[in-house]
Structure formats: structure tokens, C-alpha cells
Design a protein around this ligand. Structure first.
Ligand code: CA
Length: 219
């Protein structure tokens, strides 16, 4: 899962990026509204954290433009403390959730997780496929109740497929959603990750549809 953070306070931006990376997300950042709008329009994100008070272009304008352009990714806006008018304006402009500053990072992560889950049509934070369980809160994966160790990239890939169970996901889509912007993307590594996940969790878990991509099966 890949997330964009648009925030102009350098310390908060750094802190959020580190926390989200630790939580298993690929993270891109922008520190003004112009850059943020550009990234959100041109890259693929599973969720966006958008501050409202931004230089160049304010957060409400950024959000409004994205929605007019047809970008539907879930957006959580950060509002000034107790500003009910900010919250209303944010929701009216197409925000999916808001959080007033200052906030606990854990709450932000929990809200993002819920937004991503809902966008994928999943009701709970525990995703299952046959004997495989992935807890998106703890980042733990089990096979028939036994813990399985996955690398950070294997986890990101599996998590994306589990959020889109039954759907054929192309290699390009996987690359767009498991790597951040600065990552040296090589589509051959996807095949390598798929092979390793099959080895750890069972070959029949992920099907290959030649020329189209991969899909996760409820075996
Ligand atoms: Ca700000």
C-alpha cells in the first residue's frame, strides 16, 4: 500500500513518513500544495494525508482539484485544532476523514488503515484467504495459525493482493502500489517476490494470468 503525505511542517512530515514506513507503507511526501497536487494527479496512491494550511496551493484547493479531475483515492485531511469550519469545508471538498492537530500518530495510522480497507470493500482489519491470515494492524501473517515471516516488500505485495482478493492485478499496478517514488523499480522483482510468497504460503494462493497479472485465491 502506497501513501502520499502533503504537509509543510518539516518535523511533522519526517515523523509521519517514518511512522508510516515502519507500519509497512510505501510513502511519498510533498511539502507544498503544488507538488502535492502534482503527485496525487500523476501517481497511484491507496490513501493521502493532506494538511489544509499549505504554501503555494491550500489543501482545500488541492483536494477540490483532485476530485474534479476524477481522482478518487481516500483522503484524510489535517485540520487546525477545533476548527469546525475547516472540518466541514474539508468534508465538502471530498475528504473521507479528518484529524485535528495535534494528534497521536497511532490514531492517524489507524484511520488510514480503515480508509484503505473501506476503499477496498473490506470490513475488518484481518484479511483472510484460505488458511492465510494477514492482520493489517499488527502486520502479522499466519498460515493455518502458524506465524510466517515475510520481508517488508513481500508483506506490501501480499497486503495489496489481499485487499484486492479475486481481482487480477497487473504487474504495473503492483509496482505502483508497493514502491515509493524514489525506489528503483524493476518489474522483474515482482516475479521474484511472488515466487517467494508462494514458497512460504503455498503455490496455489496466487494465480498467474499470463499477460494480465496475478490474483489471490480463496483456497
Ligand atoms: Ca500547515
Amino acid at each position: 500500500m502506497r501513501v502520499l503525505i502533503v504537509e509543510d511542517e518539516p518535523n511533522l512530515l519526517r515523523q509521519l513518513k517514518a511512522a508510516l514506513e515502519t507500519a509497512g507503507y510505501a510513502v511519498d511526501v510533498a511539502s507544498d500544495g503544488e507538488d502535492g497536487h502534482y503527485l496525487g494527479s500523476t501517481e497511484s496512491y491507496d490513501a493521502v494525508v493532506l494538511d489544509l494550511g499549505l504554501p503555494e496551493l491550500d489543501g482545500l484547493t488541492v483536494l477540490d482539484r483532485w476530485r474534479r479531475e476524477g481522482h478518487v483515492m481516500p483522503v484524510l485531511v489535517l485540520t487546525a485544532r477545533d476548527s469546525w469550519s475547516d472540518k466541514v469545508a474539508g468534508l465538502d471538498a471530498g475528504a473521507d476523514d479528518y484529524l485535528a492537530k495535534p494528534f497521536q500518530t497511532e490514531e492517524l495510522i489507524a484511520r488510514l488503515r480503515a480508509l484503505i480497507r473501506r476503499a477496498a470493500g473490506q470490513a475488518t482489519s484481518e484479511l483472510t484467504a484460505g488458511g492465510v491470515r494477514l492482520d493489517s494492524r499488527s502486520g502479522r501473517v499466519t498460515l493455518n495459525g502458524e506465524p510466517v515471516k515475510l520481508t517488508a516488500q513481500e508483506f506490501k505485495l501480499l497486503s495489496y493482493l489481499m485487499h484486492h482478493k479475486g481481482k487480477v492485478v497487473s504487474r504495473t499496478e503492483l509496482i505502483e502500489h508497493i514502491y515509493d517514488q524514489d525506489f528503483d523499480r524493476d518489474s522483474n522483482t515482482i516475479e521474484v517476490f511472488i515466487t517467494r510468497i508462494r514458497k512460504k504460503l503455498g503455490a496455489e494462493l496466487i494465480s498467474t494470468t499470463r499477460g494480465l497479472g496475478y490474483s489471490l485465491n480463496d483456497i
